[in-house]
Design a protein around this ligand. Structure first.
Ligand code: SF4
Length: 205
């Protein structure tokens, strides 16, 4: 179903789904969910899409295990936010929501939603054999990122402003590669500082 929500300017299609796997298994963390194709609310009309999966059940107990198996994670245990990569797709996990970044083909939305549900359920099924990781890399603030962007608001990234772009960099749905200006020699230092910013926010528990 295609829909348009004028209140928050998010556009997409929405589906309600039950998990198709073995819902009778007590080891399944997610047995029910719905998903939406969402257009980035910072840049309506840009054609930048992501998938949002909405979950009735709280999945935050799986975060230390997902933190152990995903790549390039950013984890804030106290605030129950986990961002990580699996099979080159970037995900942002919150207790009742998962966002998958950058959908090239909107028709793949159901498949992308199912993939991440399978991922969480697989990790949860195997969690007794996984050593949980409470290693945290907390997110930098939007302003910290914004200060290091070129600040031209040139829109080449598809966002109307550098601030909007910084917000989604922080959310983990895009990487700094989205800003072509950062590849220019005059912004080399800014680029390196952003990389350092994301990698230096690390504490060990
Ligand atoms: S491309 Fe870079 S400089 Fe231009 S608006 Fe986007 S973040 Fe700002």
């Amino acid at each position: 179903m295609v829909f348009c929500d004028p209140a928050d300017r998010i556009v997409g299609f929405i589906a309600v789904s039950n998990y198709n796997g073995d819902v009778s298994s007590p080891n399944k963390l997610i047995t029910d969910y719905r998903f939406e194709l969402v257009e980035d609310h910072h840049s309506p009309g840009s054609g930048r899409y992501g998938v949002r999966v909405i979950l009735p059940a709280d999945i935050s107990t799986s975060f230390p295990y997902l933190n152990a198996v995903l790549n390039n994670t950013l984890y804030d245990h106290e605030n129950s936010i986990l961002i990580g990569t699996n099979n080159q797709r970037r995900y942002a996990f919150r207790p009742h929501e998962i966002q998958a970044g950058m959908v090239e083909d909107p028709s793949e939305t159901p498949k992308i939603a199912e993939e991440v549900i399978e991922l969480v359920n697989r990790v949860w099924e195997e969690h007794e054999s996984i050593t949980p990781s409470f290693r945290e890399r907390k997110l930098p603030t939007v302003y910290e990122i914004y200060k290091l962007l070129p600040g031209t608001n040139c829109k080449e990234c598809g966002y109307p402003t550098c601030l909007a772009c910084a917000a989604d960099m922080r959310n983990g749905v895009i990487s700094l590669e989205v800003c072509p200006l950062l590849a220019k020699p005059e912004y080399k230092q800014n680029r390196e500082q952003i990389i350092t910013l994301f990698s230096s926010c690390q504490t060990n528990r």
